[in-house]
Design a protein. Structure first.
Ligand code: HEM
Length: 472
């Protein structure tokens, strides 16, 4: 009925997507406050199907596309048709001018390919030792036994790795505390709802963001200058940028290097630390209705077998052997994707066809969005979608592959797929293989809910874990 009406309104082509009524929006408010945006989108998806539009007073129209059948164009279309930069302008004051979403397509493509080169598997291999060094050093400070907030621990250890592997040894060893505070200030004051719509509004939050960004820039510029003048090459992403050139042979400026490094810190810090904490919470969860502890046992067993083969040593190849741990992380990410809503801007209109055959025309000018949380739990792709079950990715099931190209999207897909996926798995595996090998662990606080108010939501509150060093 709704479809017929909307087709009549849009006679020349396929129907427009159903529009969420004002009444439905108001009715969603309690869910928004108590359960967060993904829960609202899940409710609307149930009611209206995989394509629907939310109209904000007719001024801004956001069309949601949910599920692999309707997201191919969203993920794969060229920038001239579906644009990410138009949607992510709010990152410009965070990353800085002259990089990523502040430059033309050709420059951006080159910058993205420089980021990709810096963390491609060949270069990643050499980061394993640095990661292991940071992880061993950090957890050596734990006592024989105790209780800690896993979330805090993961944020800290990932930040140490980020400093060492991206920003370099000098910053890690001499300025860690200051840089950690600046990164926190930058993201806290730059990543909130007001900034999403009005990133340049002269408010105290934005002044603090800009001050932190300026100081971080100074620190990185200085690091680039001293790296260039010393001529000593280090093993980090900073070095990759210092050595790289554009097609015309021009080297990157200090401010371009700073911008790209900040964008990579931004892309990898909260996402990886949240993923690491969720992996722990899921694995250590106790409960009559869950069989998660079987997975904990399987992950520990895998570490034992690997140690029998290779001893304590870890390298890139050995990390690739941790298939069970990989699936445990992958499943935690399916249930708790750090980037819950991905956005684009429709520069041209296009058509989508839903699973049940309905065609919709998506008009030029709409903001486009997809929700990873809802997509990752579609019941026709994932069996018992709310259950933590890493074996769904194993041989004979491979539910994400069976579901098609766009059915597992914590790392996005297509044109803007995450460049740091391998890097992220690597650091999370280094952390969790160390913890599983060396400690008996137990979750002693209730299983956490999600942080509802954050753009990159992590587990809400503290995630308390007891630990006891294993006797060797
Ligand atoms: C578990 C950890 C991570 C998750 C879940 C994650 C997720 C994502 C997602 C969803 C996107 C695409 C956003 C979109 O389509 O709009 C993305 C893009 C990106 N990520 Fe990650 N990420 C993670 C870690 C990292 C790390 C560690 C790095 C780098 C060190 C990184 C670098 C990037 C870059 C450079 C892009 C931009 C790609 C482009 O626009 O072409 N990510 N990430």
């Amino acid at each position: 009925m709704i479809l017929q009406k909307r087709r009549a309104l849009h006679k020349k082509g396929p129907a427009l997507p159903p529009v969420v009524s004002g009444v439905s929006l108001i009715a969603s408010l309690p869910t928004l406050v108590s359960k967060g945006l993904p829960a609202v989108i899940q409710g609307l998806h149930k009611k209206l199907g995989s394509v629907f539009t939310i109209s904000f007073l007719g001024l801004k129209k956001v069309t949601f596309l949910i599920g692999p059948e309707v997201t191919a164009h969203f993920f794969q279309a060229p920038e001239s048709e579906v644009s990410a930069p138009d949607a992510y302008r709010f990152t410009v004051p965070i990353f800085g001018r002259g990089v990523v979403y502040d430059v033309d397509l050709i420059t951006r493509s080159k910058q993205i390919s420089l980021c990709s080169d810096a963390i491609k598997p060949m270069n990643l291999r050499s980061h394993v030792d640095s990661m292991v060094h940071e992880v061993e050093g950090y957890f050596a400070q734990w006592g024989q036994q105790g209780v800690c907030d896993l979330k805090h621990e993961m944020e800290h250890v990932i930040l140490l790795i980020t400093n060492r592997c991206l920003l370099g040894k000098h910053i890690r060893e001499n300025m860690f505390e200051e840089v950690a505070t600046l990164i926190d200030e930058l993201f806290k004051n730059g990543l909130h709802l007001i900034a999403l719509f009005f990133p340049y509004l002269p408010i105290p939050l934005h002044r603090r963001r800009d001050k932190a960004r300026a100081r971080l820039g100074e620190i990185i510029h200085e690091a680039v200058r001293s790296r260039r003048s010393s001529g000593i090459a280090e093993n980090d992403v900073l070095q990759g940028f210092v050595d790289s050139t554009y097609i015309n042979g021009r080297t990157m400026s200090e401010s371009e290097i700073a911008g790209l490094l900040v964008s990579m810190v931004f892309a990898g810090q909260h996402t990886s630390s949240n993923a690491s904490t969720w992996t722990g919470a899921c694995l250590l969860r106790q409960g009559a209705s869950s069989n998660t502890n079987d997975y904990l046992a399987a992950a520990i067993d895998e570490q034992k077998r690997i140690m029998e083969r290779h001893g304590d040593h870890l390298d890139y190849g050995i990390l690739q052997e941790m298939v069970t741990l990989h699936c445990c992380i992958k499943e935690a990410l399916r249930l708790h994707p750090p980037a819950t809503v991905l956005i684009r801007h429709a520069r041209k209109g296009f058509t989508v066809q839903t699973r049940d055959g309905n065609m919709y025309g998506i008009p030029k000018g709409h903001t486009l969005a997809t929700c990873t949380t809802v997509s990752n739990k579609l019941p026709y792709i994932y069996k018992h979608p709310d259950v933590y079950d890493p074996s769904r990715f194993g041989p004979g099931r491979e539910e994400d592959k069976v579901g098609g190209k766009f059915s597992y999207i914590p790392f996005s897909a297509g044109r803007h797929v995450c460049l740091g996926e391998n890097y992220a798995y690597m650091q999370i595996k280094v952390i969790w293989s160390h913890l599983l090998r060396n400690f008996e662990l137990e979750l002693v606080s209730p299983f956490p809910g999600e942080e509802l108010e954050k753009l990159i939501p992590g587990p809400r509150g503290q995630v308390m874990v007891s630990y006891k060093r294993r006797v060797v």
